[in-house]
Design a protein around this ligand. Structure first.
Ligand SMILES: [Zn+2]
Length: 590
C-alpha cells in the first residue's frame, strides 16, 4: 500500500515534536552551536559548582539532540524510500556524534576524581539527581586502569569490537541464499524466510529448510568458531585486566544486578526441565510420528487466528488491560486518538514494531498491523513500552527517566501476559483456547527456557576459555548438543545439525545479554499475577515503584521495591508453575 492512501488517523502526527522541517533545521543549527559550551569545563571537574553546571547543561542539550534524532528517524522509519528522510537521519546521526564527542571527557574525568570529591558530591543535595550515576562511577572505579592503559584500550577499541562485525559480515553479507521449493513456490532462504518456513505445515518443507540452512553454517563452521572463540578470549582478557573475577561477574556488575539473580535463574529453570520435556512430548504426540528439532515452531493449532482488524484489536487490548486502572486506559485511548500510533504496513515503512519517543514529547508506537493474533499481542506489548516511558518521564527528571535493558522488556511483557489471561478467560471456542495456550507455552519455551539454555552455553565457553582450554568446533558443538538434549529431553529427535546452532546466534557477541529476556519474562509473569490477584496495593506498587522508577537505582532494586525479589526462588516458581498449569490445561482440552 502507498502511504498517501492510508487515512491520516492511522499515521503518526509528529508535529508535537517539531512543527515543521524548517523548525528542525533551525533546531539543528542552534544545537550544533551549543556544543562549544562544553569546552570550558574540560579539566575543571574538581570544582563542584562547575561540575553541577556541566551536568545540568549536558542534560539540557542532550534533550535537544534527542528531539532532532527521534524526529528524523521516525520520519525515516515511516518511509525509508523518501531520500529526504534518509538524509535527515544521516544528519541527525552526525549531530549526535558531535554531541558525544563534545561530552566524551565527562565520564573519564569524573572517574578520575578521588572518592572523597565524589562522595562530597553524593552528599550534596544539589547533586541529588545525579546520585545513582555518581555511585555507579565509584563502584566501577576499581576496574578502571591507568590513563595510559585506558588510552591503549580505547585506541584498540575499534579492533577489539570487530568480532561482532566479522560475524555479521559472514552471516549477512557473504551468506548465500539457496532457493527452497515450498509446494509450487520457490523461496530464497534468507534468515527471515527460514523462520517462516519452519512454521510451514508441510514437514518436507521444514526439513528441507532446516538441513539446507544448517549446511550453510556447517560449511563455514571453522571460520565462525574462530571468530566466536576469539571474541570470548578478548572479553575474558579485558575482564581479567580490569580485575573482574569472570566475564559473567563483569556483565552483572555493569548491569548492577547481583550475580545471584543469574544463578537463581539457571537453578530454577534446571529444576523445571521435566515439565519442558512433557511439553515437547505433548507436541510430538499432537503432531504425530517423530518430532524433530525443525518441528518445534510449527503451530500446534493451525488456523485458529482471531483475525481482528486494528480497531477491534485495540478495544480488546483495552479490556485486557483494565486491571491496570482507568487512568492507564485513558492514556492508551489518548495515544490512539492523538495519532501516536502508526498502524499499517506501507511502501518503504520499516518492518516489525517498536515504541520510541522523547522525554519532552512522549512516546510513539510503530506497528505493521495485519490481522494475526500475534498482532494483537504486539499492540499490548508496544503500548506497555510506551506507558513505561510515559510514567517514568513524568515522575523523574530527564537524567533519571531512562531505564536499563534489564527492566526494559518487563512492562511490555506484563501487558502481553494480562492480554493472554484475559483472552483465555473470555474465549469459548476450544480451538482458539488451545491456540492461546500453545502461544503462551511457546513464549515460555523461547523466552525462558531457550534463553536460559543459551546462558548456560555462554557460561560454559567463557569458563572453559578462562581455564586455558582451546575452544574448538568440536568442544563447543559437543557442549551445545549436550545442553540441547538436557533441555528438550527424549521427546524429540536431536538432529545432528542442531549442535551447530550456537554458530548462528548473533546475540552471543554481546556476552551474557540473553539471560535478561528470561528474567524479564519471569518478572512480568509475577507482576501480572500480582496485579490480578493482589488488589490495589500490588497495582500501586507496580505503578509507583516500577513504572515510575525510570533509572533511579539498580534495576534489581527497582524490581525488588515493586515486590519481586529475583534473588529468591519465588518469582521463578510462579512463572514456571504457570507454564506447568498452561500445559496441564492444554492437555485437558485434548
Ligand atoms: Zn519489546
Amino acid at each position: 500500500m502507498k502511504r498517501e492512501n492510508i487515512e491520516d488517523k492511522y499515521k503518526w502526527d509528529l508535529t508535537s515534536i517539531m512543527e515543521s522541517r524548517q523548525d528542525w533545521e533551525k533546531e539543528c543549527s542552534k544545537v550544533k552551536k551549543s556544543f562549544a559550551q562544553f569546552e570550558k569545563y574540560r579539566g575543571r571537574l574538581d570544582d563542584l559548582d562547575l561540575t553541577l553546571e556541566l551536568l545540568k547543561l549536558t542534560d539540557l542539550i542532550s534533550q535537544d539532540v534527542e528531539e532532532i534524532y527521534v524526529y528524523a528517524y521516525l520520519l525515516m522509519y515511516s518511509d525509508g524510500s523518501d531520500s529526504s528522510y534518509v538524509s535527515l537521519a544521516q544528519r541527525a546521526e552526525a549531530i549526535t556524534a558531535g554531541f558525544n564527542a563534545a561530552t566524551s571527557f565527562i565520564t573519564p574525568e569524573l572517574t578520575a576524581l578521588s572518592d572523597d570529591v565524589l562522595n562530597e558530591m553524593i552528599s550534596d543535595e544539589r547533586f541529588a539527581n545525579y546520585r545513582y550515576t555518581l555511585e555507579s562511577i565509584i563502584k566501577e572505579k576499581k576496574h578502571i586502569l591507568s590513563d595510559k592503559e585506558e588510552f591503549i584500550l580505547a585506541r584498540l577499541g575499534e579492533v577489539l569490537g570487530g568480532f561482532k562485525d566479522i560475524f555479521s559480515k559472514i552471516d549477512n553479507v557473504d551468506f548465500p541464499h539457496p532457493v527452497i521449493k515450498a509446494g509450487k513456490k520457490k523461496i530464497e532462504l534468507t534468515h527471515g524466510a527460514y523462520s517462516k518456513l519452519l512454521q510451514s505445515s508441510d514437514v518436507k518443507v521444514r526439513r528441507k529448510a532446516f538441513t539446507t540452512y544448517y549446511k550453510l553454517y556447517e560449511d563455514r563452521i571453522n571460520t565462525i568458531a574462530s571468530c566466536y572463540s576469539n571474541s570470548i578470549k578478548k572479553r575474558n582478557i579485558i575482564c581479567e585486566l580490569r580485575g573482574y573475577k569472570s566475564a559473567l561477574s563483569a556483565s552483572m556488575s555493569n548491569e548492577d544486578v547481583p550475580v545471584e539473580v543469574y544463578d537463581k535463574l539457571i537453578e530454577s529453570v534446571d529444576n523445571y526441565l521435566p515439565k519442558l520435556h512433557e511439553y515437547v512430548e505433548y507436541r510430538r504426540d499432537q503432531l504425530g510420528g517423530e518430532l524433530h528439532m525443525y518441528d518445534m515452531y510449527v503451530p500446534l493449532v493451525p488456523g485458529a487466528e482471531l483475525g481482528l482488524d486494528y480497531e477491534d484489536a485495540f478495544k480488546i487490548v483495552l479490556k485486557a488491560l483494565a486491571p491496570l486502572g482507568n487512568e492507564y486506559l485513558y492514556r492508551l485511548i489518548k495515544m490512539h486518538d492523538t495519532r501516536r500510533i502508526d498502524v499499517y504496513e506501507s511502501d518503504g515503512k520499516r518492518s516489525g514494531a517498536f515504541s520510541w519517543g522523547t522525554y519532552k514529547h512522549g512516546s510513539f508506537v510503530m506497528l505493521n498491523h495485519s490481522k494475526t493474533t500475534h498482532d494483537v499481542f504486539t499492540i499490548a506489548h508496544e503500548l506497555g513500552h510506551a506507558m513505561h516511558s510515559e510514567y517514568s518521564n513524568e515522575a523523574q527528571v530527564y537524567h533519571n527517566a531512562g531505564y536499563s535493558i534489564f527492566v526494559a522488556e518487563v512492562a511490555s511483557t506484563t501487558n502481553e501476559v494480562l492480554l493472554l489471561k484475559y483472552l483465555l478467560s473470555v474465549t469459548r471456542d476450544e480451538d482458539v483456547k488451545k491456540f492461546l495456550l500453545s502461544y503462551y507455552l511457546d513464549m515460555f519455551r523461547t523466552t525462558l527456557f531457550r534463553q536460559t539454555m543459551f546462558s548456560e552455553f555462554e557460561e560454559y565457553v567463557h569458563g572453559r576459555q578462562q581455564k586455558g582450554y582451546a575452544l574448538t568446533v568440536d568442544d563447543m558443538s559437543k557442549e551445545y548438543f549436550k545442553l540441547n538434549k538436557k533441555y528438550y529431553g527424549k521427546g524429540v529427535v536431536h538432529d545432528k545439525q542442531i549442535k551447530y546452532e550456537w554458530a548462528r546466534i548473533p546475540h552471543f557477541y554481546n556476552a551474557f545479554y540473553v539471560y535478561k529476556y528470561a528474567t524479564g519474562l519471569v518478572t512480568a509473569v509475577t507482576f501480572a499475577n500480582n496485579i490480578l490477584n493482589g488488589g490495589d496495593h500490588q497495582r500501586e506498587l507496580y505503578f509507583d515503584k516500577f513504572l515510575r522508577a525510570g533509572g533511579t537505582k539498580s534495576p534489581y532494586e527497582i524490581i525488588l521495591d515493586a515486590g519481586v525479589d529475583l534473588c529468591s526462588e519465588n518469582p521463578y516458581n510462579i512463572a514456571l508453575k504457570e507454564f506447568g498449569r498452561a500445559l496441564d490445561e492444554l492437555k485437558k482440552l485434548g
